[in-house]
Design a protein around this ligand. Structure first.
Ligand code: PLP
Length: 420
């Protein structure tokens, strides 16, 4: 690994050509950084021009075992030589073993449904909640789902509607009906005032990710569960970003001492291959009967074999403890940076899901900082315009982490200089 960050970031001819083609051919819904990532190992990635970057974003909480993990490579290789896909018309071994592993790892779930993404896992949970209420004889107007301001649940029509952030809704109206938004996260009175006999589910993230890295306060999820029980509604916990060890326990909700009715997963479940899951507790385990829901690729044996290897490794006590310890180290380093450079009003999160909220004088600069960081050789995410978001691989080494923070410091100093 180089010890000095790349001083400039000049694109080579091939990179320039590819960037230009990407910008020309893709639907312009993304704005990828102008570089071509070519390969990765551990928590380091390299671009086509040979520059290295410390990856503190894990492809948005996906590559939790870093890049080229040997156990994942072995699982992928072995299964790729057996069978890739059969459809759900047939059983195969890997998804059965994956379902067994997940269910035996989570005390409150009985059945699993596999899909391809977080949005699909949440879409399945939304459908399940509606069907659950329908089965209780409730008409459509009594099948409302409540979510929280700042939440993020996906981009399909139902999950984007569940996402209580107007900026994601604009222009996509008419939105599907039956969603209500609680105007305050972590506020018992606000949610209690909204839940009633028309509510069929509350959907919540244990740590809001896209919404600024906001952890649920102690006792809040338990309070939601009690409300759901009172009104015969389902508590859906969206662990797409916070799950699979990132917060220091395999399931983030374990730390909240709560029994969700539904848990949704994706991202780090496959550590880089596309797979999502909806896990269902006793109360609703039999709701989605034959023919009621489905997907062609979901639980495909190739994906499931890799996910099985991923979950087996992510469950290891040293990985989980590492997430907690490294998260504390990171928060401490960010606090030191803050002490030196006066940048943040808050540094928060759980485990290796950490957010640093910029002080008002730096409002709106998160993207500029992320871009400067990239040029200094470290990949950092944002959560909205004012929060830097850190989701490094749980396996990041101390050396990589220190190098990443050093590069971040350089980037922050250059941004501060450019603003002064
Ligand atoms: N739920 C949460 C909490 C997420 O953070 C995301 C993605 O960022 C999703 C759902 C949607 O997942 P996907 O992008 O895989 O559809």
């Amino acid at each position: 690994m180089t010890t000095l960050p790349p001083a400039t970031h000049n694109l080579g001819a091939l990179s320039q050509e590819l960037v230009a083609k990407g910008q020309k051919y893709y639907v312009p819904n993304y704005k990828p950084r102008e570089m071509i990532i070519d390969r990765g190992k551990g928590a380091t990635v390299w671009d086509l021009d040979g520059n290295d970057y410390i990856d503190l974003g894990s492809g948005i909480a996906v590559n939790s075992l870093g890049h080229q993990d040997p156990d994942l490579l072995a699982a992928l290789d072995a299964q790729s030589r057996k069978i890739w896909h059969t459809s759900n018309v047939f059983f195969t071994e890997p998804p059965i073993k994956l379902a067994e592993l997940l269910i035996s790892s989570c005390h409150c779930v009985k059945r699993a449904f596999f899909c391809n993404s977080g949005a699909e896992a949440n879409e399945a949970a939304i459908k399940l909640a509606r069907k659950y209420a329908a089965g209780r004889g409730r008409p459509p107007e009594k099948r409302e789902i409540i979510t929280f301001v700042g939440s993020f649940h996906g981009r399909t029509m139902a999950t984007v509607t569940a996402t209580a952030q107007p900026k994601y809704h604009e222009g996509f109206e008419p939105l599907p009906p039956g969603f209500r938004y609680c105007p305050k996260f972590n506020d018992e009175a606000a949610i209690e005032a909204m839940v009633n006999e028309n509510t069929c589910a509350i959907m919540v993230e244990p740590v809001q990710g896209e919404g600024g890295v906001m952890p649920a306060k102690p006792g809040f999820l338990k309070f939601l569960k009690a409300l759901c029980e009172k009104y015969d509604a389902l508590l859906i916990i969206d662990e797409v970003q916070a799950g699979m060890g990132r917060t220091g326990t395999l399931f983030a909700h374990e730390q909240d001492d709560v029994m969700p009715d539904v848990v949704t997963l994706a991202k780090a479940l496959g550590c880089g291959i596309p797979i999502g899951a909806m896990l269902v507790g006793e109360k609703a385990a039999e709701v989605l009967q034959f023919g009621s829901h489905g997907t062609t690729f979901g639980g495909n044996p190739l994906m499931a074999a890799v996910a099985h290897a991923a979950v087996t490794k992510l469950k290891r006590p040293e990985i989980l403890q590492g997430a907690t310890d490294k998260g504390e180290w990171l928060k401490n380093e960010l606090a030191k940076l803050n002490h030196e450079l006066d940048l943040f009003v808050d540094i928060r999160g759980r485990g290796l899901m950490v957010g640093a909220e910029l002080k008002p004088a730096l409002a709106g600069q998160a993207n500029a900082i992320s871009d400067a960081a990239r040029k200094a050789g470290v990949l950092v995410l944002v959560a909205g315009p004012n929060v830097l978001r850190f989701l490094p691989p749980l396996t990041i080494t101390q050396e990589e982490f220190e190098q990443g923070l050093l590069r971040l410091r350089n980037a922050l100093k250059s941004v501060l200089e450019s603003l002064s």
